[in-house]
Write a protein that binds this ligand. Structure first.
Ligand SMILES: [Zn+2]
Length: 250
């Protein structure tokens, strides 16, 4: 039995009984854990304000050997701005669900935590980048952190540089030139600009990810490209995805 302090962000909540919550928290240096917030829905509870989705905080956690429960929450950021707007709430919820469904418990994932925090921060503050672009950058960087790195400078099959090619396609493992397109089914035609944007995302540090913008046509292609890569490599059957797609089609 012990108590420890850890910085983390709440990515999922389940209401249990009249006053409790079971939370899933990404904890820096520890990874993803299920933690009880007992009695937190009682109006007098000191855990009331900090035991909600999106809360980034220092948690003091008690481990009784069988389960973890929260003793104290010192809020650093609650991302209140995200929850005030339907669009940002939909995307923010999507980021949380995406991380939850595509990570294992009890494995340190500090890079993913940093990516999630940076993405939520930019989502809550920017007036320049669209939530859709933030989501595409988030998805492609997440893939890379998970060990999947699409090849985007040279054709996956013949290694020819794509910088002088007019016809470029995206396959499961990266770009494909015109001469090799018969080697793979289901290729997506993309512009050189879109390939360059994917390359830029892969080459950027997490702290520098959200410093560029794209045209609407590149964003549409980037969206299809990301969808193709995700469907090949990650779990994407998320409840929040269909809600975002509905919003984008309004
Ligand atoms: Zn080729």
């Amino acid at each position: 039995m012990s108590t420890f302090k850890a910085r983390g962000i709440i990515i999922k909540e389940n209401l249990v009984g009249d006053n409790d919550k079971s939370l899933i928290i990404l904890l820096k240096d520890y990874g993803k854990f299920t933690v009880w917030a007992r009695n937190c829905r009682n109006g007098k509870s000191k855990l009331l304000a900090g035991s909600s989705l999106f809360t980034y905080a220092d948690f003091i956690i008690y481990d009784n050997g069988r389960s973890l429960s929260i003793n104290q929450i010192d809020i650093i950021e609650n991302f209140y701005n995200i929850t005030e707007d339907l669009d940002t709430l939909a995307y923010g919820t999507y980021f949380l669900e995406f991380v939850d469904k595509n990570t294992q418990e009890a494995t340190p994932i500090n890079d993913i935590m940093l990516l999630l925090l940076k993405s939520l921060l930019i989502l809550s503050k920017t007036t320049v980048l669209s939530p859709k672009l933030i989501a595409k950058i988030f998805e492609i960087k997440f893939l890379q952190i998970n060990g999947y790195m699409p090849i985007v400078n040279n054709c996956c099959y013949c290694n020819i540089s794509i910088s002088n090619q007019n016809d470029i396609y995206l396959g499961a493992n990266g770009v494909v030139c015109k001469n090799c397109k018969s080697k793979e089914d289901g290729l997506l035609k993309i512009s050189l600009n879109t390939a360059l944007v994917i390359n830029h995302i892969l080459c950027s540090k997490i702290n520098d990810l959200y410093k560029f913008n794209v045209s609407n046509s590149v964003l549409d292609e980037l969206s299809l490209a990301s969808k193709k890569l995700l469907n090949t490599h990650l779990y994407t059957n998320l409840k929040s995805t269909s809600f975002i797609e509905q919003l984008e089609n309004i």
